[in-house]
Design a protein around this ligand. Structure first.
Ligand code: 8ID
Ligand code: ZN
Length: 362
């Protein structure tokens, strides 16, 4: 009989604190929760001692239960966390990660790697997918079960706090830019540029040599995106003509791509109008219950592509983390405690957060 392997002298407390939402729309609360016994880990599973986790707007959608696909309840949210592997399930073979290693947990907690979508590299669209903090327990916890074949190794040279939000926000916008079919010098519009995803999108886009038109609201976000290298700023709360502003910035032709990272449908408005011919609308932000209002005539007439871009696969995560670890992309975050989460959700719902909030598990 084989047993689980653990780090030396592992002693686990009886319970842990987690941030839990009892039913959709209920206030998030800090509760005691059991910790999985390493002997109960299935082959391929590992137990992580969490170090920190980012808070994504998706976690707020999950807590509110406002999407057409519903999360489990009671829900432990969170899907951009970094932890240390403290146990690996018995009979686990060919583990690419080791005890004591620092790894990241993504929204895509695990894929089967055998279905048609996985075989094609679309692990995020796996028919048997497990979603962190949505269909299984997430990173708003001190101890978490994860999967050795799906976690993302965190390289030395990047802190856990700096790496956390790359695992969702960074990876997602990195992939959207990768598939935007733009080339260096091309103009990319980023509605939501001052938010968690958006401020990383500005940086990945600049790293890839694109010119960036950042759209968001308020002076704090204006200052942030200009510091991060945006070439042009539009305040959506003030502009009377966003299409006109974008045409002006791009010599009259419009932008080559838009990576829409807002949580509100208003960020999608007019994208078809401000893209130039053969432009790409990369749909990333996930407003609840909204329809994309696009002119069919101009979508066809201008040969526009509308591309839904959903997080990314393991390779996208490796690439996004490697770029961040090189120092080229830096998450702008403020560190808070897990117990601050209700306030974080409140601020997020009001659009008050520039960059990201990362919760420390200390
Ligand atoms: O795989 C995916 N596609 C994916 C992955 C992760 C997150 C999608 N998301 C989704 C989230 O569920 C959410 O709907 O992306 C959206 C943005 O997530 P976030 O970056 O974590 O949210 P945020 O930090 O609140 O930033 C949103 C920004 O949008 C601005 C806000 O001011 C904020 O800075 N904004 C809004 I609300 N309306 C805007 C508008 N009309 C706008 N900016 C420009 N124009
Ligand atoms: Zn996310």
């Amino acid at each position: 009989m084989s047993t689980a392997s653990t780090i030396p002298n592992l002693v686990l407390p009886k319970t842990q604190k987690v941030a839990l939402v009892a039913t959709a729309g209920a206030t998030v609360e800090i509760k005691d929760h059991p910790i999985t016994d390493p002997e109960d880990l299935a082959p391929g599973e590992c137990l992580l001692k969490m170090l920190c986790t980012g808070v994504c707007h998706t976690d707020l959608h999950a807590a509110l239960g406002d999407w057409p696909v519903k999360p489990i309840t009671p829900l432990i949210g969170g899907h951009e966390g970094v932890g240390e592997i403290i146990a690996i399930g018995k009979n686990t073979t060919n583990s690419p990660v080791q005890l004591g290693q620092r790894v990241g947990v993504k929204w895509i907690a695990n894929s089967c790697y055998n279905c048609e979508q996985c075989r094609k590299g679309y692990e995020q669209n796996c028919h048997n997918v497990k979603l962190s903090g949505y269909t299984i327990d997430g990173t708003f916890s001190h101890y978490l079960v994860s999967y050795v074949h799906s976690v993302t190794p965190i390289p030395d040279g990047i802190s856990s706090e700096a790496a956390a939000s790359i695992l969702c926000a960074g990876l997602t916008v990195y992939r959207a830019l990768k598939y935007s079919e733009t080339t260096p010098g091309d103009w990319v519009v980023i509605p939501g540029a001052g938010g968690g995803l958006g401020h990383l999108a500005v940086q990945y886009a600049k790293y890839m040599g694109r010119r960036v038109i950042a759209i968001d609201g308020g002076e704090e976000k204006h200052k942030l995106v200009m510091e991060l290298g945006a070439d042009y700023w539009i305040d959506f709360t003030k502009s009377k003509d966003i299409v006109g502003d974008i045409k002006k910035a791009t010599g009259g032709y419009g932008a080559h791509a838009a990576v829409v990272t807002t949580a509100s449908s208003s960020g999608y408005t007019q994208a078809i109008d401000y893209l130039r011919e053969n432009g790409r609308l990369m749909a990333v932000g996930l407003p609840a219950d909204a329809k994309l209002d696009a002119s069919i005539f101009f979508t066809v007439f201008k040969s526009i592509t509308i591309h839904g871009s959903y997080v990314g696969n393991r390779q996208d995560a490796f690439e996004a983390i490697a770029i961040a670890a090189s120092g080229a992309v830096k998450c702008r975050y403020v560190t808070k405690k897990l117990s601050d989460i209700a306030q974080v959700y409140d601020d997020m719902g009001k659009g008050k957060i520039a960059g990201r909030i990362v919760l420390s598990m200390d």
